[in-house]
Unconditional design. Structure first.
Length: 128
């Protein structure tokens, strides 16, 4: 391979890599992480008693309030199950339940950390 062809090949690879980094930076700036979003499932066990120890009728409508980082992100009826797609970060969840218009205290806190996937190793093609 001539020096000129080699120079063009190396330059082209550098340009492609630069545009790829630019595209990733633009996507991160605008919050576009669809390719690396992961699904998170939040579930809990419904209480069986009120705070005065009287039993909760299991037929009563329960509204579960899902909190992520202190913000109520969802309300689900009857079954405490919530699924969402999130980008890499650390998230803290709590849940409360509302029965007959009265909301319980929030549950214990559970933390979920989503990490960026590790890229595979490059393949070395040739050495001149």
């Amino acid at each position: 391979m001539t020096k000129i062809k080699l120079w063009f090949k190396i330059t082209w690879l550098k340009i492609k890599a630069w545009f790829k980094r630019l595209a990733i930076a633009v996507m991160m700036f605008f919050g576009i992480h669809a390719a690396i979003a992961q699904e998170v499932t939040v579930s809990c066990t419904a209480p069986t008693e009120y705070t005065d120890n009287t039993p909760i009728n299991q037929d009563e409508l329960k509204i579960f309030n899902i909190y992520r980082d202190g913000v109520n992100v969802a309300q689900v009826n009857d079954v405490c199950l919530y699924v969402e797609s999130l980008t890499p970060a650390t998230y803290k969840y709590k849940v409360s339940v509302t029965i007959n218009g009265i909301e319980s205290a929030q549950s214990n806190e559970v933390t979920k950390t989503i990490v960026y996937p590790t890229p595979k190793a490059p393949v070395l093609n040739e050495i001149d």
